[in-house]
Design a protein around this ligand. Sequence first.
Ligand code: SF4
Ligand code: SF4
Length: 245
Amino acid sequence: MKQSIERIIRNTIDQSNLTTTYRTPLLGVASASDPRFAQLKEIVDPAHLLPTDLLPEARSVVAFFLPFSRALGEINRCHPYVAREWAVAYVETNQLIRDICANVKGHLEVGGIRTAYEQPTHNFDVEKLVSFWSHKHVAWICGLGQFGLHHMLITRRGCLGRLGSLVLDATIEEPDAPAPEFCLIRQGKSCRHCVRSCPTGALTVSGLDRQRCYERLLEVNDHYGAIGLCDVCGKCATGPCAVMD
Ligand code: SF4
Ligand code: SF4
């Protein structure tokens, strides 16, 4: 079934006719009963949902990563503000994730498997700025990556891209093992490129000031408002962990 979901993801990308280009996607699987889902109520927020909140008969969770091209990361890194191409990629990829989830759901339903999923973004508490269903934490449980100093998930293809996830009422393959550490700081090496790249000071070695970061994202959204909802920045995702393959 994993191969079939991977094929749907590839086909949906190929048929979407987007300006954004992607490297080869990644897919990871976890059991819906993995105890780390319950731990997200402590790690993320007490209101964080369980797989069974999305689908009462949940048995598996799949997460996927859509890695952007290296060129897109370079365009955003070199741009004095936030590159328009980066904002477009955010808007296009959010719709792509919705389309992928709808296509996987439709395909699996033919075989009698039910699925449920949350929206790719804006499923968060606007006061606390924490998600009810954090795709990056779900992807972490599905073995897709580990968190870097910049609080993003770094996969074996890097952190430059976007994540989606679905809950299924079927057992698919064996759960994926945890990913190794990719962040240079977490490996005991030197880096901090992400902290140095943050234009607002929201990201420091001590943590992320979510409110300060979100103010910047809203400013970018105002700047590129004609594109669609694009509260993005991503300057912290342009370092050595951006693309790792
Ligand atoms: S830029 Fe460097 S310190 Fe920051 S998350 Fe990536 S590897 Fe870690
Ligand atoms: S998204 Fe931008 S403002 Fe927010 S932490 Fe990263 S670099 Fe800083």
